[in-house]
Design a protein around this ligand. Structure first.
Ligand code: VGL
Ligand code: ZN
Length: 201
């Protein structure tokens, strides 16, 4: 049984959003067309309170993309994004959500960022996604969405570590930056995640 995870396809990560991924909108047609090939489709949703410590605005004198140490974990500071209930936190209107059986929200703890759909960055809490997929008999996990070099990367890495045979669909994701994408792809390959394109499906 194969599952497709739609990672964070939310307005703030699309052109016009506060943390827009370049060309992020161009994956949505592909993502919609992919869905019928899977036994299960789930989505993740970045869902931050406004006092979230990953926001540069919550640190005096610091600006977006500065790096800090946040309780022992390296943290990129972001523009405010995906604030719970805001327009930016909503899924794109063009994303087909009809087949999505469950939504896993993350990033609610103001003190911890959460890139992966499975665990927070400190691996202290899980979202329930792994147990959900296992309860549905899923053995293969395919990951797409935004952003390739952050939430898609960490979600794929954790899926593999949770024992799923994991596929990163390279043409159904877009990155914030090339350098971080190159690092992510190298690391995923080292962890046995398979990098594929939709034509391989
Ligand atoms: C993401 C940065 C901060 C993502 C979420 O969805 O890739 N990136 N929060
Ligand atoms: Zn976030």
């Amino acid at each position: 049984m194969k599952a497709l995870i739609l990672v964070d396809i939310q307005n703030d990560f699309l052109p016009g959003g506060s943390l827009a991924v370049p060309e992020g909108d161009t994956i949505i047609t592909t993502v919609n067309q992919l869905q019928p090939q899977f036994d299960l489709v789930v989505a993740t949703q970045d869902w931050h309170p406004s006092n979230h410590l990953s926001f540069a605005s919550n640190h005096d004198g610091l600006k977006p993309f500065d790096m800090i140490d946040l309780f022992g974990i390296k943290q990129v500071l972001w523009p405010d994004h995906c604030i719970q209930g805001s327009e930016g936190s909503q899924f794109s209107e063009t994303l087909d959500m009809n087949a999505v059986s469950a939504i896993f929200r993350k990033g609610m703890d103001p003190k911890t960022d959460s890139y992966s759909g499975f665990f927070d960055n400190g691996r202290r809490h899980h979202t329930g996604l792994s147990a959900y997929l296992k309860s549905k008999g899923i053995k293969q996990v395919y990951v797409c969405g935004l952003a390739a070099d952050y939430c898609v990367y960490y979600t794929a890495k954790d899926a593999q570590s949770e024992g799923f045979e994991t596929y990163f669909i390279s043409d159904a994701t877009k990155a914030i930056a090339q350098e971080t994408l190159d690092f992510a792809l190298k690391d995923l390959k080292q962890h046995q995640v398979k990098i594929i394109s939709t034509k391989d499906l």
